[in-house]
Design a protein around this ligand. Structure first.
Ligand SMILES: CC(=O)[C@@H](O)[C@H](O)COP(=O)(O)O
Ligand SMILES: NCC(=O)COP(=O)(O)O
Length: 248
């Protein structure tokens, strides 16, 4: 059975801290607690506007983590230099707009192949494994392969927002086909965005998906149950769905 891994996104802990400019809650404490509860990696997004995660958070987590760090960032010169200095295990390149509430859509890899080829090479040279956060589209998957990224993260935001069963089924099918194509191309496939306790299992049941990055829903649930329980329950649902997928 292919295992399924959970990456906890800690941005939302930092959002709460930045709302008041306090020293608490500490996203790094949250990350360490989550690792103890079964999170397999820690994801954090250093935005250009520094609205939540700060440079110091990235420095601290790369030193203190017990699992591995997945740094999400825009493909800009500033961010590439920071990443090369901090050297997290994984980097996920994401599109970024100043005015957006959260990431909207996937990275247009096909539209910036030359620049992304250079960025992927520089990050690989620094010892980081590069992932590209893309929509489940053939054009973007083939472009990801071309620019030299070993990993993609399929954007599940559209899936998460749909409500009508038929539309959800169609989007799931798109994600399944995209996963199959990416695996055929030799890419590792992760997924994430907008996943929560009620929609995660259909994604976790796609056997070739290796890791799910989830933040908002887990941190929200932590308000009620505490973070360790919130992490454990998400992981339990993911593993249950993966096992069921093998049982048929
Ligand atoms: C790339 C992605 O899907 C999310 O992790 C997103 O980057 C999180 O950023 P925010 O926490 O600012 O919404
Ligand atoms: N890359 C997706 C991610 O890190 C978590 O996104 P969300 O669960 O906070 O929507």
């Amino acid at each position: 059975m292919n295992p399924i891994y959970l990456g906890l996104n800690i941005d939302h802990v930092a959002t709460l801290r930045q709302a008041r400019g306090t020293r608490y809650p500490d996203p790094i404490k949250a990350a360490l607690d989550a690792e103890m509860a079964g999170a397999d990696s820690i994801t954090l997004h250093l935005r250009e506007d520094r609205r939540h995660i700060q440079d110091e958070d990235v420095a601290r987590i790369t030193q203190m983590r017990q699992t591995k760090v997945n740094l999400e960032m825009a493909a800009t010169e500033e961010m590439v230099q920071i990443a090369c200095k901090m050297q997290p295990e994984d980097i996920c390149l994401v599109p970024e707009k100043r005015e957006e509430l959260t990431t909207e859509g996937g990275l247009d890899v096909a539209g910036q192949k030359a620049w992304l080829t250079e960025v992927c090479a520089r990050l690989a040279q620094a010892g980081c494994r590069v992932s590209l956060f893309i929509d489940p589209e053939e054009k973007q998957i083939l472009a990801a392969k071309e620019v030299g990224a070993p990993v993609i993260e399929l954007h599940t935001g559209t899936y998460a927002e749909l409500e009508k069963p038929q539309e959800v089924a169609t989007e799931l099918d798109r994600i399944r086909k995209a996963t199959a194509l990416a695996v055929e191309q030799g890419l590792v496939v992760n997924a994430g965005h907008g996943l929560h306790y009620h929609n995660v299992q259909a994604i976790a049941a796609i056997k070739e998906i290796e890791e799910l990055n989830i933040g908002h829903a887990i941190i929200a649930q932590a308000v009620y149950s505490g973070l360790p329980d919130a992490v454990r329950e998400m992981k339990r649902l993911m593993v249950e769905a993966r096992q069921q997928a093998y049982l048929g």
